[in-house]
Design a protein around this ligand. Sequence first.
Ligand SMILES: C[S@@+](CC[C@H](N)C(=O)[O-])C[C@H]1O[C@@H](n2cnc3c(N)ncnc32)[C@H](O)[C@@H]1O
Length: 255
Amino acid sequence: MKTILIIGIGAGDPDYLTVQAINALNRADLFFLMDKGNAKEKLIALRKIICDRFIKDRNYRFVEDQCPERVRGVADYHGSVVDLNEDKQQVFERMIGDQMADGECGAFLVWGDPALYDSTLRIMEDIQRSGRHQIDYDVIPGITSLQALAARHKICFNSIGQAFQVTPARRLAEGFPAGLDSLMVMLDAQDTYTQFVGQGMHIYWGAYVGTEDEVLRAGPLDELAQEIRDLRAALREQHGWIMDSYLLRRGGAGG
Ligand SMILES: C[S@@+](CC[C@H](N)C(=O)[O-])C[C@H]1O[C@@H](n2cnc3c(N)ncnc32)[C@H](O)[C@@H]1O
């Protein structure tokens, strides 16, 4: 039997690691690394810093492999993610099969929390169901980027007694859902918030939250939309990649 730990590492600041996550790090013999894109070097470096800082008196190793990329610009988004996850599963299985000995404990260090817009848990379930590997796995929750964003802006997700929604920007592009006043928006490659200028909304925005590159803006959307749009373009240019999210609230500040 091989043990796999899926450890949420929080969304940028090593101080976001929970005690449970630190204990889990100290159980692992090896860490799987498979970041991708322009952010790859920085994200891998952060994972190594986390291990160096929190693992005490224990030998461990890193196992790196290529992370497949989603085919972009295709009409069938869902299909492209399913294909990507199949490709990732092959890489996971290769690493588990070739790089882990029986009885060892390996860990995936998942950005933020593994339950939020991340496919690692689905892939592990599929691997276990396939029966090709004798694995047992555990999940350790982490601080999501949304919690980090809310804390930095000192705001609640919801207004009093109301529901809120977490959404990828591609769904927000279809319209602000009826009956809701608060939306937490992730994965926005298109400046989707600009569609809602002139509707009395407030935005709480943050890029690279929790990291040394963090940038925050909050205020009426009508006043900030253009500034955030320009900032995003400039930051993407400067860093080569951007990770940002925001809360959109109808009817002004607070809640
Ligand atoms: C694939 S999702 C992963 C989310 C992650 N599992 C979590 O718990 O936050 C990536 C998206 O999370 C958001 N995100 C992740 N880290 C962030 C950060 N440090 N600052 C702002 N947004 C972040 C961005 O919207 C980004 O497009």
